[in-house]
Design a protein around this ligand. Structure first.
Ligand code: FMN
Ligand code: EPS
Length: 395
């Protein structure tokens, strides 16, 4: 049984809906934990005026009773508070007022290609669904996937590694799950205080220049078992599935695992993770390095999964770029709307959600089970069969 995640909703419509199917029964959910993720996605220096209007929460409308999953589809609702200001423009039903269409497409948004493809004359009919407002619904669903993963000992964290030209310094030691305390209190979700200051200053300066800024973030997953995903088919290779999930997030333009693009210049002997036998600390067969970022042959190795993503500078720019007025065909300035100018800190939270979903789905495929205790029993049997002590030793 795979997991499915479906979202519906427009940015300024009445609200967003998330449907998650395939979680086992008996899984304990923590309402505050879910809403903490919803709030984390709204944070970050560089967010625009919209985030002052919204206070996102995920309301459960199906599939959960008294804090535990029932085994059926789970439905979640996220309200758009801003709908109160858009009731006429975004009403699902005809309204009397004349609503002026948007006809200046923004380079880099879905506007132009969307109206061509779907036959709309009003760019709003495209931008409303293309908007990354939809990521609130993904994070709501991702919180369910995270609850499932936590129940089997897996934890996900993220941090910002670059904003514009400002890059975090190289670390001597790999990050552990305990290193992320307080990361959400930082204005750009960066673990390095000096880099954080420079990132904040850069965002502020570029906002004054009417510029938008991109960057990179890293997602780490701790406590994974080996053998999640599979080498047997390209559709099952976990690296491919993770890359698809990350690149499906609005404004995400690249992904790398472990040493990633740096591997291009690395000699082969230094690019792999050598294998060592059991040691006195109770580790089973293990590695001393993690160049592969926890993936070999499309499967988890049981080491920390290391995923980095690049987020482009967002397309709505307060000094608008050149475009064409679709109603006249004449040159025009692109639509200028209220906008974020840097979303990398928030994007990291969305990345966590998408990675959680893919991993939870792959766990469901491998271990099955109708109740969470069935899942745990299947995992214990697997650990025993392969003599896996790694996850326990690290926990
Ligand atoms: C969290 C988040 C917030 C975003 N906010 C904005 C925004 O305020 N203005 C904007 O033009 N684009 C914003 N974007 C990016 C656009 O949604 C995205 O560029 C657009 O949908 C086109 O998709 P593409 O960039 O993947 O091609 C945001 C993206 C994310 C992940
Ligand atoms: C609403 C969210 O992000 C929005 C994503 C977005 C876009 O074009 O992608 C444009 C902005 O929306 P608005 O035009 O209402 O200011 C962002 O605020 C959100 O993240 O919850």
């Amino acid at each position: 049984m795979a997991l499915t995640l479906t979202t519906a909703g427009e940015s300024h419509g009445p609200g967003l809906t998330t449907l998650v199917e395939g979680l086992p029964a008996g899984l304990e959910l923590d309402r505050e934990e879910m809403n903490r993720d919803m709030a984390r996605r709204q944070l970050g220096h560089g967010r625009g005026g919209r985030m002052k209007i919204e206070t996102d929460t995920a309301e459960v409308t199906a599939g959960v009773r008294h804090g535990r999953t029932l085994g059926g589809p789970i439905a979640l609702q996220v309200a758009n508070r801003d709908y109160a200001n858009w009731e006429e423009r975004m009403n699902p039903w005809p309204v009397e007022a004349e609503i002026p269409p948007v006809h200046m497409p923004r380079p880099g948004h879905a506007d132009l290609v969307g109206v061509w493809k779907y036959g709309h004359e009003d760019v709003r009919n495209i931008l409303e669904r293309a908007s990354a407002r939809e990521t609130a619904a993904r994070v709501a669903g991702g919180a369910l996937a995270k609850a499932f993963l936590r129940a089997v000992g897996v934890e996900i964290r993220s941090h910002v590694t670059q904003i514009g030209p400002v890059v975090i310094p190289e670390r001597e030691q790999p990050l552990g799950v305990g290193d992320f305390e307080g990361v959400d209190a930082d204005p750009v979700r960066c673990l390095d205080a000096e880099a954080s200051k420079a990132m904040v200053a850069h965002i502020t300066a570029e906002r004054k220049n009417n510029e938008s800024i991109g960057g990179t973030y890293e997602v780490l997953v701790f406590g994974l078992h080996p053998g999640i995903g599979s080498h047997v088919s390209w559709t099952e290779r976990l690296d491919g599935r993770l890359a698809q999930a990350i690149c499906s997030i609005q404004a995400h333009k690249g992904v790398e695992f472990g040493d990633g693009f740096a591997l291009a210049a690395t000699p082969g002997s230094q690019a792999q993770d050598e294998i060592f036998g059991p040691d006195e600390d109770g580790e089973g067969i293990h590695r001393h390095t993690n160049h592969a970022g926890g993936l070999e042959g499309g499967m988890t190795t049981g080491q920390t999964l290391v995923v980095r993503a690049v987020v482009k500078p967002i397309p709505t720019i307060t000094k608008p770029l050149r475009s064409v007025d679709l109603s006249t065909g004449e040159p025009a300035k692109a639509l200028r709307e209220r906008t974020d100018n840097c979303v990398v800190p928030a994007a990291g939270v969305v990345g966590e959600a998408m990675i959680a979903f893919v991993l939870a789905s792959a766990y469901r495929e491998k271990f099955g089970g109708d109740h969470i205790d069935d899942v745990r029993a299947a995992i214990a049997a697997y650990e025993e069969r392969i003599g896996w002590v790694g996850a326990r030793a690290r926990a």
